[in-house]
Design a binder for this molecule. Structure first.
Ligand code: BGC
Length: 445
């Protein structure tokens, strides 16, 4: 398939709408890095309360992703995304009008339900509408959308920092949420979901709008084969002998994505720069914005290279670069050199670039494609819950860890975990580039 010539417009439109879910994920999780600077003095927050505020959305994420398989398998992928959009709108408004710390936490918890749901259903939706040859590119576009959402929040934070207007920082997120809801009005359910619902004719029509004529019959046949092989898809299915290992691989990959420290940087960027001696709040926010730009640029590179280079090689390269950058950062803090501000900015940029070409996108792609259809919704849910749970843990305890181990100790810890992650990928992650979901299922399942 000459892929650029044959991607139908409706497929592109559907992917863009689903990616708005990624923008919301990025925006709602990362906007706190700026909000925190202003609400902490306003509500007199302790370190523990700050950690709770940052991580409350992640607790919501655990619940939202836990709930996701019931919603996505029961109501379908599209209705689940609509529900997530409504949750985002409520969350943005509640936070913008919050009169107390508790209301802010409530708003972030509701946003977390939306983020958790989105994090399961958007990659699942993208995997299910995508032709195999561009599946990596499409799902990694979702990661690109997350990074754009993060960058948007950093830009908005910087913009409103001068007026200390944290309420506007929170409310801007309602705009992409409204667009997401609007766009979803034009989407169809995915072909695999419709087949599972016993609606072959609707599935064929949905597939026809997403494919060129030549690919249609072969892909429909493949899908039917995978769908007819399925059983009821119960939770016990995750423990079947051949499935167990794949389920574990997805969980571990998700866990490594978080315990190697990415969100210490994304959510606490301005604080890290302050620790490194960048005095003024606006320069710390500007440095954080620069990290956001690097994150987007490196992700664009990875989207472009995704279906050419392969998932495994990107992971190996990325984890090596992340480990080295973290070691330099730890050494910089340990030696508390006068040029620490520059060392931390450069090493964090390098760290984030390597994350952005590897664990960032590859995690979402792999957990959307390695599971057999019959357990896909549930297995993705478990892996993504593990992602939120470890994200919650790292974000909740990061400030306490800094107090306990000093920044150098914490970054050394993240470096050690990245090296363990490298060994894990080397030993266990299969290459899935260019294979159809049905072929991966036949190989692994
Ligand atoms: C992760 C997020 C992280 C983001 C950074 C995503 O893949 O799941 O937790 O904030 O990448 O770009």
């Amino acid at each position: 398939m000459g892929k650029h010539a044959t991607v139908p417009g409706y497929l592109i439109f559907s992917a863009i709408v689903a990616c708005l879910g990624g923008i919301l994920f990025g925006y709602f999780t990362a906007v706190i890095s700026g909000v925190l600077l202003f609400v902490s003095p306003m509500f007199n927050l302790t370190i523990a309360q700050q950690g709770t505020l940052v991580s409350s959305i992640l607790a919501g994420g655990i619940l939202g992703s836990a709930w996701a398989s019931t919603v996505t398998d029961g109501w379908g992928r599209r209705s689940s995304m609509m529900l997530a959009a409504l949750l985002f709108i409520s969350s943005g408004l509640l936070q913008a009008f919050a009169q107390s710390y508790e209301m802010l936490i409530g708003g972030r918890l509701i946003g977390g339900l939306g983020v958790g749901l989105t994090s399961v259903v958007c990659p699942l939706y993208l995997a299910e509408i995508s032709p195999p040859k561009i599946r990596g590119t499409l799902i990694s576009s979702y990661q690109l959308a997350i990074t754009l959402g993060i960058l948007l929040s950093f830009g908005v934070n910087y913009f409103f920092a001068f007026s200390q207007d944290w309420r506007s920082m929170c409310s801007v997120g309602v705009i992409p949420a409204g667009l997401f809801l609007l766009g979803l009005g034009f989407l169809r359910e995915t072909p695999p979901f419709l087949l599972r619902q016993g609606k072959p004719e609707q599935a064929r029509r949905a597939l026809a709008s997403l494919r060129q004529g030549g690919e249609l019959s072969q892909q429909l046949a493949e899908l039917q084969g995978a769908a007819s092989a399925q059983t009821s898809g119960r939770w016990q299915g995750l423990f079947q002998p051949k499935i167990r290992l794949i389920v574990l691989i997805g969980i571990l990959l998700s866990v490594f994505q978080q315990i190697t420290g990415i969100n210490a940087v994304i959510y606490y960027g301005p604080k890290i720069f302050a620790l490194a001696g960048s005095g003024a709040m606006d320069s710390a926010l500007l440095a954080t914005f620069a990290i956001g730009v690097v994150n987007v640029v490196a992700t664009i590179f990875s989207v472009w290279s995704f279906d050419k280079v392969g998932r495994r090689s990107l992971l190996l390269l990325g984890l090596t670069g992340m480990s080295l950058a973290l070691l330099v950062l730890a050494a910089g803090f340990y030696g508390s050199a006068p040029w620490l501000g520059t060392v931390s900015l450069v090493s964090l940029m390098v760290y984030v670039s390597f994350f952005a070409i590897s664990l960032g996108p590859v995690t979402w792609v792999i957990i959307a494609e390695i599971y057999p259809l019959r357990i896909r919704g549930k297995a993705m849910t478990v892996a993504i819950m593990a992602n939120w749970a470890t994200n919650f843990l790292v974000s909740r305890i990061f400030l306490d860890l800094v107090a306990l181990l000093a920044p150098s100790g914490v970054f050394l810890l993240f470096a050690g975990l990245s090296i363990i992650g490298l060994v894990f990928v080397y030993r266990l992650i299969p290459e899935t580039r260019g294979k159809s979901l049905a072929a991966i299922e036949a190989e692994l399942g």
